[in-house]
Design a protein around this ligand. Structure first.
Ligand code: UDP
Ligand code: MN
Length: 254
């Protein structure tokens, strides 16, 4: 019944594949009835691909931007937009009528299938810039037309994260209820107060999805003791989910 609805994530490196695995596992743990799809790029290793095949319903290889696009972005002074462009590929998944995109650095804490009751483009506000949405979690409708418009827009403006920019695309940003997505930044202990300020939901109470925004990801931080307690509980939950998966999919010991 839900064949045309899917959760979608993206991984362009083997490390981000670790994150993608946890996204799928945490969705399944909480009993999702929707498809779970991973978009990967051709450079992802065979080993990571096989691991993703175990937990995802579909693993789709998408093009990295070609060199001409890259050259164009360099001319614009925005080479980092490569990943953004790859993310926008999710609008090409027209075999689905509605999707929920989840960054590979998110962790699902309970069943979030209710997100499919929302329409394009539903997303939580960014904790740093509340007039923009945070693109870690968003509801969208695949469409080649929207895909092309977004690519155009992104190459010209760099960002499509607010309603002024989206207006021209006839897309409207609708705000997901406060606290649905809790954005956590991994910061050093001396910046602990800053961390509390940027959490869109201070203690994570009521949060349904955790987004580990920022340069340090859970997979790059095993044994890192510089987390606050607030942060630590979610990082260890992430590792628990990752390791359970890794153990259960390992070949049986002879
Ligand atoms: N991503 C990826 N490879 C990269 C960087 C990013 O696959 O090298 C994907 C991945 O799904 C990631 C998303 O793009 O979650 C957004 O990047 P990231 O989460 O690192 O940005 P942040 O949320 O910290 O701003
Ligand atoms: Mn992210």
């Amino acid at each position: 019944a839900y064949q045309d609805l899917a959760f979608v994530t993206l991984a362009t490196t083997d490390s981000y594949c670790m994150g993608a695995t946890v996204v799928a596992r945490s969705l399944r743990r909480h009993g999702t009835t929707r498809h779970i799809v991973a978009m990967i790029t051709p450079n992802v290793s065979e080993q990571s691909r096989l691991a993703l095949n175990d937990v995802f319903d579909e693993v789709i290889v998408v093009d990295v931007m070609d060199s001409e696009d890259y050259h164009h972005l360099c001319l614009l002074g925005r080479p980092e937009l490569g990943i953004t462009f790859t993310k926008i590929h999710c609008w090409t998944l027209t075999q689905y009528s509605k999707c929920v995109f989840l960054d590979a650095d998110t962790l699902v804490l309970c069943n979030v299938d209710e997100l499919f009751d929302r329409d394009e483009l539903s997303a939580a506000p960014d904790p740093g810039w509340p007039d923009c949405f945070n693109s870690g979690v968003f509801v969208f409708r695949p469409s080649l037309h929207t895909h092309t418009s977004l690519l155009h827009h992104a190459s010209r403006h760099g960002s499509v994260h607010d309603n002024t920019r989206l207006h021209g695309l006839r897309i409207n940003w609708e705000i997901l209820c406060v606290g649905f997505v809790s954005v956590l930044l991994v910061l050093q202990p001396q910046l602990d107060m800053l961390e509390l300020q940027v959490c869109s939901c201070r203690f994570g109470h009521g949060a349904k999805i955790i987004h580990f925004l920022g340069a340090d990801k859970p997979w790059s931080s095993q044994g890192n003791s510089s987390y606050s307690h607030n942060m630590e509980q979610f990082v260890s939950l992430w590792w628990k989910e990752y390791l359970i998966h890794t153990v259960s999919s390992a070949p049986a010991v002879q």
